[in-house]
Design a protein around this ligand. Structure first.
Ligand SMILES: [Zn+2]
Length: 79
């Protein structure tokens, strides 16, 4: 059975694509993410990736904030 595509498939060496910034296996002739895309499409792909990265960062901050609030609530409950 093949592993889902979004998981790191193996210990295959990967290289970072200078065009889209994503990683792809070095044994691929061209980037699997942007190899078939035009420049305009790569730009929108990069914008999308940056957006997702931003969302992840915000989510991380949210969790830290929630953890901090929870810690304060628990500290107060112990008083
Ligand atoms: Zn690429």
């Amino acid at each position: 059975m093949k592993p889902p595509i979004f998981l790191p498939t193996s210990k295959k060496p990967t290289t970072q694509c200078p065009r889209c910034g994503l990683r792809y296996p070095t044994d691929e002739e061209k980037c699997v993410h942007c190899g078939d895309l035009s420049d305009a499409e790569v730009r929108s792909l990069r914008a999308k990736i940056e957006e997702q990265h931003e969302a992840h960062t915000n989510l991380g901050r949210l969790f830290i904030t929630l953890a901090a609030i929870l810690a304060v609530v628990m500290a107060l409950a112990l008083l």
